[in-house]
Design a binder for this molecule. Sequence first.
Ligand code: ADP
Ligand code: MG
Length: 716
Amino acid sequence: MYRSRQQNVQAAQWSPNGESLGAADLTVQSNIVFGENVFSPAVQRQRLPKSVFQALQASVEGGEVLDPSLADAVASAMREWAMERGATHFTHWFQPLTGSTAEKHDSFFAPVGDGSAMAEFSGKELIQGEPDASSFPTGGVRATFEARGYTAWDPTSPAFVLENPNGAVLCIPTAFASWTGEALDHKIPLLRSMDALSKAAVNALRTFGDDGATRVFTTVGPEQEYFLIDEQYYFERPDLINTGRTLFGAKPPKGHELDDHYFGSIPERVLACMLEAERELAKLGVPIKTRHNEVAPAQYEIAPIFENSNVGSDHQQLLMQILQGVARRYGLVCLLHEKPFAGVNGSGKHNNWSMSTDTGANLLEPGETPHENLKFLFFAGAVIQAVNTHQGLLRASVASAGQDHRLGANEAPPAIISIFLGAELKRVFDALADGREGESLDESFLGLGTPVLPPLPMHDGDRNRTSPFAFTGNKFEFRALGSSQSLSMPNTVLNTIVAQAIDDLGGSLKRELDAGRSIEDAVRSVVGASFEANKQVVFEGDNYSDEWHEEAARRGLLNERTTPDALPFLLSPETVGVFGDYAVLSERELESRYEVMVEQYVIRVNIEAETAANMARTMLLPAAVRNVETLRAAGVEALVDEALPLVDRFIDAIRALEAANAIHHGEEGSLEHALYMRDTVLPAMEQVREVADELEGIVADDLWPLPKYSEILFIK
Ligand code: ADP
Ligand code: MG
């Protein structure tokens, strides 16, 4: 079937209207105004009465609540602007705990008494919506409370118009809470954590005598990996449709997988798709910086320029949505699963993270003056302390069924959380911990107490691609996120635990200063002592190696290999403590997240197991049997003898999986249930797959009902 499929693909139309992209489309592209579909501050300034605009800005910048009496004016300007852009409906756009986004569309038009309709959109509708919370997972919160939920306008993330060939919708980023005010979404805790970090960082800056900044924003710049495959193969594979990954498929011939793909030239259809996705994103004000091929065939990466964590997370959700939507216009399907193809590199998301003041200073940028460097070492030291203290929580924040196929698989960071600092920075921290003067390096010097300091060079050669948490020049990069994941949870965790560490170190710093020590001596001793206590988490070597696993165990670092191992850290005393102290998530809210994440794991694995059993019995087994019939009819007994035992093994394996699927251990969606899925169901699936992949190697190609890896991955 290989050839016929290939011909079909070539015949497929690959632009929305069946034409290839020509000069006309490029003109269209150059006509796009960045952010033209965003109700941005610039648009607001033009369209709102001055006083309303100023009040809105004040509420956005200062985190103050907008006077409801002004909301009507904002709503009406927003509606007019959106309708000029073709919008007929509006929606509160929010992020339930599933990790995706949700919308409920309402028309702008409301009937008036005489049988006609009038365009209307009140401040009340802008500020608050009331979707039925019972349709979204809410964990424990749902069990005891009324199902009613509220969405609340988030004025700090600008509204936008989402276009569709047949219309457009005004999307208003909103938070989603229960009627008792408990967060049912990912945005509320993220905003709370940004506030917590801001307070802690501004306080610390005051201790440094820096009075300029009134707010500190955390920033995020994600690098998103994804696969693009031809939709024809997608629709031929129930596993891809139902689970996002292939549950069967023998590895392609060896050597094939490298294929000069990484940074190779991008195939034309794929490039056309990427360009259009970027164009759509540009209209929505999502700034794209880079795009390139990734390691695996048919795998790509897209990276926006960093923004504040709230807007950056919203934009990341949009980016995933747009990538998936635009791909379909080109006869492609965008796979965001963490491991769509066994034996082939999976997809992750690198979460570049830093802190910036409202005066424009990046707190993780090594400075050009000794004073700036002191601050830098203080904030970097706080991150190190935070990561070491909350390894388990960070690990839990990236846990999912998809991730379990990737983390620790010699392509992605291990499940052990450690930090890479790079040689220069590590030497400086070591010197601090040992109470030595700053270290002099060949060409550069980053240290303390020297009058002249050149800018700190952070050599690119120093980068360690295997580390889950790496310092990369002026930011930390948390590399263990899964490709389908929302950024909110890991960033909520980072912001909160770093706020705690900043407060801790800042408190010590203040005490030292009050005792009359110089800021230099104080930083030196406080950061030095913290590093001494937390340096076990720093590892500069190869994170993929077996030696690291042994070494990490000796150091007492956590190594939570699977999701059911990691998730309980969401409820550990340390987690409950830090989230409670910083009012980011109450214990109840944490429990609800834990329950939802466990439940999602169970649901995912269950869908996979049912799909695998069904495909094996109704697609693959019949193919294997037909193959035996053919061989028998042709009188090739030698091959029949070869094939039959495999078919018998297959039947046994399928029955075992079906039996495993039929039993349930533990309460539905409990941790016990998750452990049963991990320890019994997944291995049973693996058994079925093993035989199936062997069968793929002997069954006649025209009888095999599934497109093979070699086709899916290499036909572009
Ligand atoms: P890599 O070498 O890791 O592939 P890239 O240059 O592709 O690096 O990506 C760097 C990412 O880091 C970009 O997404 C960029 O927006 C982000 N980034 C840069 N500076 C910051 C910052 N201060 N805060 C957060 N993210 C940042
Ligand atoms: Mg990166």
